[in-house]
Design a protein around this ligand. Structure first.
Ligand SMILES: Nc1ncnc2c1ncn2[C@@H]1O[C@H](COP(=O)(O)OP(=O)(O)OP(=O)(O)O)[C@@H](O)[C@H]1O
Length: 475
């Protein structure tokens, strides 16, 4: 039975060095079969103990069934198994969320750990270059826990000593392909430990219709869509500045209009003033009545409106000096949100040099000094290159919608964002699938979050204008 053990062939190998008469015959020490068996049995025992230690409840089930079978016979064990399965199925039917949270996702995680990750771990690590095969031994990163959420598998990994997070983020494609996922994201959880996120489905695949207008006036964070994990996407606009970059048709308008929609009650109550710069004469002109006299389209008008915003900001700063360090919106001092659609029309593509410099200086002043006194800028642009938008770093919060080139992702979201999984250049150009989908990198967190903005249609905008004007007339 054990006539041909691994290593037997090596006995017959002869290695020679060309051009010499010296012939080396490797010394082969035959491992006794019993030793191999003991090592195998030890490995299995250790695996069993590890499984019981990690999954005590799951291990208890076969043990209990085995005991019942032994004492009372197999029909009793089969009956108990049937009752348990029936109870679980009823629970799943009656209260799916609690079943999924307490049982379903745990079972799925265990299954995916065994069937997907552990089974493919060694080959994927070696082929992708994240593991090493040295002198007959495999040095592999340690696979940790697998947790399943409604849309993704979160896999914890203890990386090899000497490896960097970048070694992993450079190989996200290999990892995704290796484990049969569409993409992979890498995040550092503790020193030496990473969390890999493998999406199983895309919760943002279908468009979201416009969210209800809030009942209570609020300046934010305003709810404007959905995050990949299913939670609402709330964007802070008061106390920051937001830059939205995306190719044509990426859905920049849906972010602008979702923000305006959420701020509408606050605007009605006088706590927010919406100022609009619409150099393309397209996006914002549709809801022109929402902005009253604070709407500008020509470059001259835009420059004038920006200067006015700077003047409001400076007057406030002079009043607040020494008295308050942050802004609370009131009717006397409302939050001023300057919305700029296609900011590059006013900066890079503006042929009048003096006007261009005036506009750039005003935007730079607002973005450097405005947030503490309640003046914010929400700007959209198509081309994020520095020549086009040299003040992009003055925006603390950035959103990258679909972009044409991979290099543009880091230009918008900052260095390393694409390596961390912000694949904005992979977002579908088909509006139903990809418009309004993007990645956000907030000032407070380096991890990009995948989101989708709700789509505010022309009908929604018309309804918003009617509601707002009726409210203004009634007031
Ligand atoms: N959030 C969204 N969800 C679903 N579809 C959307 C969304 N946003 C936009 N769309 C669709 O995509 C089309 C283009 O959107 P939009 O005009 O807002 O893009 P844009 O980035 O502003 O483009 P441009 O820079 O050319 O003005 C819209 O007509 C609409 O059909």
């Amino acid at each position: 039975m054990f006539k041909r053990l691994p290593g037997d062939e090596a006995r017959n190998l002869v290695s020679t060095t060309p051009d010499t008469a010296v012939v080396f015959r490797p010394a082969v020490v035959t491992t006794p079969a019993i030793l191999t068996l003991v090592i195998l049995a030890w490995g299995m025992l250790a695996g069993l103990v590890r499984t019981i230690w990690r999954h005590p409840i799951a291990a208890l089930v076969p043990v209990a069934l085995g005991a019942v079978c032994y004492v009372y016979g197999w029909p009793s064990a089969a009956c108990i198994l049937g009752v348990v399965v029936l109870a679980l199925a009823s629970w799943a039917l009656l209260d799916r969320p609690s079943f999924a949270r307490l049982v379903g996702f745990r079972l799925l995680a265990w299954w995916r750990l065994v069937w997907i990750y552990r089974r493919h771990w060694q080959p994927v690590m070696v082929v992708s270059g994240l593991g090493r095969h040295l002198r007959g031994r495999d040095y592999l990163p340690r696979l940790g826990k697998v947790t399943c959420t409604s849309w993704a598998d979160l896999v914890t990994v203890r990386i090899l000593k000497g490896q960097a997070v970048k070694d992993w983020s450079d190989r996200t494609d290999h990892l995704a392909q290796g484990f049969g996922a569409t993409s992979c994201r890498v995040a550092l959880s503790h020193a030496g430990r990473l969390t890999l996120t493998f999406p199983r489905s895309d919760p943002l695949a279908s468009p979201l219709s416009a969210l209800p207008i809030p009942e209570v006036p609020t300046v934010g964070p305003v709810e404007i869509g959905k995050q990949e994990d299913g939670r609402p996407w709330r964007l802070k606009v008061h106390g920051t500045h937001v830059l939205v970059a995306g190719a044509t048709g990426a859905g920049k308008g849906s972010i602008i209009w979702s923000v305006i929609r959420s701020l509408l009650p606050a605007a009605g109550a006088g706590l927010v003033e919406l100022w609009a710069l619409d150099p393309k004469l397209m996006e914002l002109s549709y809801g022109r009545d929402l902005f009253g006299p604070r709407y500008a389209a020509t470059p001259e008008e835009c420059a004038g409106l920006l200067d006015e915003a700077v003047s409001v900001m400076q007057k406030r700063a002079a009043r607040f000096a020494g008295l308050q360090r942050s802004h609370t919106p009131t009717v006397d001092d409302p939050f001023v949100l300057v919305v700029v659609d296609e900011v590059a029309f006013l900066t890079a593509y503006q042929s009048d040099r003096q006007l261009r410099q005036r506009i750039s200086a005003a935007l730079a002043t607002l973005t450097t000094q405005g947030r503490a006194v309640g003046v914010g800028v929400l700007a959209a642009l198509q081309d994020p290159r520095k020549e086009v938008m040299n003040i992009r770093n003055l925006f603390p919060d950035k959103i990258a919608l679909r972009l044409d080139e991979s290099e543009q992702v880091d230009m918008v979201l900052g260095d390393g964002a694409r390596d961390r999984g912000a694949l904005a250049d992979h977002i579908s150009p088909v509006p139903e699938l990809g418009a309004g989908v993007g990645y956000v990198r907030l000032e407070a967190s380096p991890e990009p979050v995948r989101v989708r903005a709700a789509y505010v249609s022309d009908t929604d905008i018309r309804a918003m204008v009617t509601l707002f004007t009726e409210h203004q007339e009634a007031a």
